[in-house]
Each structure stands twice: as structure tokens, then as C-alpha cells.
Design a protein around this ligand. Structure first.
Ligand code: PLP
Length: 394
């Protein structure tokens, strides 16, 4: 039996979500069909929409079901940019943080290449925190040229939680649309769409115990956004295509459970994270904790995120050695065509390429236990020693 410590990549389906998926899969009916079977599916979708809205401080009419975080991010960045350009071609600047996921970074860079958009980065401090005042400064350099702002709610690599309500207020003050990638935040830390004053928010079912391939985009009714794909006009025309009713039902069931149990669960999971991080400092192997960490912190760092760097070791060697020892975790950053790249997030936080290459993300979730912490701590010293020998640094 292996020890699964990669909940930030995907977390096991909650039984309530599996039940909801299976119940809907028993049932035929396209939510757009007008007959009884279709209406029954429509009812499941609309009840799910109400549950999602309730859990995230939104109105049901603001909930758009998508296929996941990547699609929600792309619709937001590409669609809001097009709408801003249509209104005023002088608005050609996209402001994003230096720690965004590729699902935001890459559409922004695509617009730079294909449409001549100018992408401005707001860089974080060494904790990975983006200062709202730094965002204000970037906007106020030339407010009339900003098409949109996108800053993630919580970072997938190092777990830093941003002050999105403060940034939402700054964008609202300037009348600039703001998107937030809340894929890692939703279901783990409190997220209130209305209170945050953002226009667009992305979430993904499989990060909080729902099925893969089901996501959410929250879009204010008055947000200016142009559809990026075209077809049957479902979901306010922002996401044409037959609704994945089973996925939607599972997502809503998982979200309701995750949000209802969040306070207790965050404390429980953070205690596992804290025990792991504290123990890494006792291993005598110069392990450095990434980002800022305080015992019991469930507001500025994701409760389940532990990210460390290990000098003289390669993250991917550590990953394989731990996997062979039955521990499933991650380096935290993506490979490009199978080649590990130093994380742009760690580099933006001021770490060297060398440090960034020795990174390891251990992420805890709703099925994690103390036994999992014991298992990774038992395997880690030997994996580090062998990875260092492999790198010729021991
Ligand atoms: N944004 C963030 C911050 C993520 O962590 C992920 C997934 O790892 C995504 C977007 C993409 O989400 P999905 O896998 O649902 O496409």
C-alpha cells in the first residue's frame, strides 16, 4: 500500500460525490432537452448550481459549469481581454502575478504573441505573497491601458494564500475586471465571491473531492466577456456544449461537504503539515521550507501544503526514490515535454535555479492521517542521501 501525499494534484473522490455521480449516470437525459428525462437532468444541474453558489458566496446565475480549472482560466483571460479590446483598443495590458499557474500564464503569453498584448508581472515577496499595493502601483502606472488583472487565490506549489479581497477592491476602484484562479483555494480556505469583489473566479472539482473533468467559472452578470468557443449556447454562451450532469452533481456534493467541514478539517490537516515541516528541520539535512510557515496557520498558507527545497538533490530524483519507497508526492512544478524545469514560482520568490531544482511538495488532504506523516518521514532521509549521491553532491 502506498502513501498518497499529492492532494494538490488531485484528491480522492468523496463518497458523497461518487454517490451523486453514479446516481446521475443511471439516468438518461440531456439538460437541454425539453422532455421529462431532460427536465430531470436539468433539475439536478440547477440544484447543483444553487449549492455551488451557496458554498461560494455567489448567485446561482453567476455559476458557469466548465470542464475544469484550465478551461475556466482560459475563458476568463482570453474572453475578458477580447471584451476589453472591443470596448477600447487602448486597453492592451494584462496584469498577472509572477506565481500564476500555466493555465493563466500561458493564455496571457498567447495573447502577447497573437494579439500584441502587453503582460505586466507583479512579483511576490519571498513568502510568495503579492502585495496589494504592488498591484495598485502596476495598475496606476497607466490605468487606462489595463484590460484585466488576474491573481491566483492560493498557489499550487508553495501554498501561499493571497489577499484577494484587497486586490478585488483596488480593481473595483479602477473599474478594471479582475479574475482569480481559486483552484487550490476552493474547499480549503474560505472563498466568498461577492465579498472579494472579483468579476471572474475559477475552481476545479477534483481538487476538493469531486470528479475530474468538472469545473466552475463564477462570472458576475455584468462582466464584459466574449465567449472563446461557440456552439449550443449553454452556460450563458460562455461554455457551449452538453452539460456533464454527472460531473456537475459530483462537484456540487463534494463542494458542499468540503465547505461545511472546512473549519475543523483545515485545523486537522494543518496539524499534519506542521508535524511534517517541523520534523524536516530535525533531519539534519539542510532542508529549507519554501514560503512562510507558522504552526497552525490556516489563512496565509494552505492547510495541506508542505513545500521544501533540498540542496544538492534533484527534485525528480527524490520523487522517483520516494515513489519506489511507496510515497507518492510531487516536485510541485510541471515538466515541459518530460524535461523538469526549475519552478518559475520559486524563481519569482527569489530562489536560485539550483535551489528550485531540489524542490519537493508534500500535500495533505481529507484522507491524510498521522500514519502518512510517519511514512514520509521514515522514507525521506534515505531518499535525500541517495538523490544527493546521484547528483554527485554527497
Ligand atoms: N490552476 C491551479 C492553481 C491549479 O493548481 C490547477 C491544477 O493543478 C489548475 C489551474 C488546472 O486545473 P484543472 O486540472 O482542473 O484543469
Amino acid at each position: 500500500m502506498s502513501t498518497y501525499l499529492d492532494h494538490a494534484a488531485t484528491t480522492p473522490m468523496r463518497p458523497a460525490a461518487r454517490d451523486a455521480v453514479l446516481a446521475q449516470m443511471e439516468h438518461v437525459g440531456n439538460a437541454s432537452s425539453l422532455h421529462g428525462a431532460g427536465r430531470l437532468t436539468r433539475r439536478v444541474v440547477e440544484e447543483s448550481r444553487e449549492a455551488v453558489a451557496e458554498a461560494l458566496g455567489a448567485r446561482p446565475s453567476e455559476v458557469v459549469f466548465t470542464s475544469g480549472g484550465t478551461e475556466s482560466d482560459n475563458i476568463s483571460v482570453l474572453g475578458a481581454y477580447e471584451a476589453a479590446q472591443a470596448k477600447d483598443p487602448a486597453r492592451d495590458r494584462i496584469i498577472i502575478s509572477g506565481v500564476e499557474h500555466h493555465a493563466v500564464l500561458d493564455p496571457a503569453m498567447h495573447l502577447a504573441k497573437s494579439r500584441g498584448a502587453r503582460v505586466s508581472f507583479v512579483e511576490p515577496g519571498e513568502c510568495g505573497t503579492v502585495q496589494p499595493e504592488a498591484l495598485r502601483a502596476a495598475i496606476e502606472e497607466d490605468p487606462g491601458t489595463v484590460a484585466l488583472v488576474s491573481v491566483m487565490w492560493a498557489n499550487n506549489e508553495v501554498g501561499t494564500v493571497q489577499d484577494i479581497p484587497a486586490m478585488g477592491a483596488i480593481c473595483a476602484e479602477h473599474g478594471i475586471p479582475m479574475h482569480t484562479d481559486a483552484v487550490q483555494a476552493v474547499g480549503h480556505v474560505p472563498v466568498d465571491f461577492a465579498a472579494a469583489q472579483v468579476d471572474l473566479l475559477s475552481a476545479s472539482g477534483h481538487k476538493f473531492g469531486g470528479p475530474m473533468g468538472a469545473g466552475v467559472l463564477l462570472a458576475r452578470r455584468d462582466v464584459a466577456i466574449v465567449p472563446t468557443s461557440h456552439g449550443g449556447g449553454q452556460e450563458r454562451s460562455l461554455r457551449s456544449g452538453t452539460l456533464n450532469a454527472a460531473g456537475v452533481a459530483g462537484l456540487a456534493a463534494a463542494l458542499t461537504e468540503a465547505v461545511d467541514g472546512m473549519t475543523l478539517e483545515a485545523t486537522r490537516v494543518a496539524a499534519l503539515r506542521d508535524r511534517f515541516l517541523a520534523a524536516t528541520q530535525q533531519l539534519g539535512r539542510d532542508i529549507r521550507i519554501s514560503g512562510c510557515w507558522e504552526q497552525g496557520d490556516v489563512t496565509t498558507r494552505l492547510p495541506g501544503n508542505a513545500h521544501i527545497t533540498i540542496p544538492g538533490a534533484q527534485g525528480d530524483s527524490l520523487l522517483y526514490l520516494l515513489d519506489a519507497a511507496g510515497i507518492e508526492c510531487s516536485t510541485g512544478s510541471a515538466c515541459t515535454a518530460g524535461v523538469p524545469q526549475p519552478s518559475h514560482v520559486l524563481i519569482a520568490m527569489g530562489r536560485t535555479e539550483e535551489e528550485a531544482r531540489g524542490s519537493l511538495r508534500v500535500s495533505f488532504g481529507w484522507t491524510s492521517t498521522d500514519a502518512d506523516v510517519d511514512a514520509v518521514l521514515a522514507a525521506l532521509p534515505d531518499a535525500i542521501d541517495r538523490a544527493r549521491r546521484a547528483a554527485g553532491a554527497a
